[in-house]
Design a protein around this ligand. Structure first.
Ligand code: URA
Length: 278
């Protein structure tokens, strides 16, 4: 990655409050993965490199720091910041039809080139519950609806256990509205560009409970690199909305014994709503 694009990336990460969590995918890992929840279709190598810091990234940082003193680079950095701010300021004003149209026409990151269609969200726009996943997979890209594949079937079963249905009293959305090619993990720049849409969806739904499923949802909403295991079991908050962290359904499909923990998480969310803590 060129120094300029590295700086642009850092500027975007600062916007998300994620620095220095994310590193480029071409740097080999030296630490164990930070999260135990990974999407079903992510390659293990993707999952391992996404959140780790390396000697290479340290030396990149040094060259980046040197380059940052360049006025040209600083102005590119500022332009990238300004563009992100402008988009966010526009999105924060949108109503449902405008937001839907903006997502459908979005070309803010490279994912638009490979998508079949955008995957906006589904459900009751006045729901008490909001479920946040990672990104569309192949099935969702075809259907235009989140969580319609195997992970979605498990999610539907989990919702049913709570007496909920994806069309009634639940709104389901992803961090990314477009499918990453080959179901790779979301890139940080993609998350930064897409995050304002999710933020606006939350503001419009005004849920009483958010269930953040998997590490990308958690990173986008809570801005933390902490593991799912360390975050679950207690209440968090996103923009004033109580938030419970749980495993991604795709992870549960590969780790069936963890389903019991996910059930505990659902019960925590349920109890919070029932007790009127929300
Ligand atoms: N995984 C997700 O996180 N979201 C989907 O929509 C499908 C699979």
């Amino acid at each position: 990655m060129s120094t300029t694009s590295e700086l642009r990336r850092l500027a975007m990460l600062r916007e998300m409050g994620l620095t220095p969590v994310w590193v480029t995918r071409d740097t080999p890992p030296i630490e164990a993965p930070l999260s135990d929840a990974q999407p079903s279709d992510a390659q293990p190598s993707d999952a391992q490199t996404m959140l780790q810091r390396t000697p290479q990234s340290a030396s990149k940082t040094t060259s980046t720091q040197a380059a940052r003193s360049s006025p040209v680079v600083r102005s590119i950095d500022a332009a990238a910041d300004a563009e992100i701010d402008t988009r966010r300021a526009q999105i924060v004003q949108m109503d449902w039809p405008a937001l839907n149209a903006a997502v459908a026409a979005c070309t803010a990151c490279g994912l638009h080139a490979s998508r079949t269609q955008t995957v906006f969200g589904v459900g009751d726009v006045q729901a008490d519950w909001m479920i946040v996943g990672e990104a569309p997979g192949a099935d969702e890209d075809r259907a235009g609806e989140p969580f319609v594949g195997q992970a979605g079937k498990l999610l539907d079963a989990m919702l049913l256990a709570l007496g909920l249905h994806r069309q009634k009293n639940v709104y389901i959305a992803n961090v990314l509205k477009c499918r990453p090619p080959g179901n790779r993990n979301p890139e940080p720049a993609e998350v930064v560009r897409c995050a304002p849409y999710l933020s606006r969806q939350v503001a419009l739904v005004q849920p009483k409970m958010i269930l953040a499923m998997g590490r990308f949802a958690v990173q986008a909403l809570l801005g933390t690199e902490a593991s799912i295991a360390s975050l679950r079991g207690r209440l968090h908050s996103y923009e004033g909305v109580p938030l419970v962290v749980t495993y991604h359904p795709a992870y549960l499909l590969r780790n069936l014994p963890e389903k019991a923990k996910a059930w505990q998480d659902l019960r925590l969310a349920w109890r919070t709503l029932e007790n009127g803590a929300a």
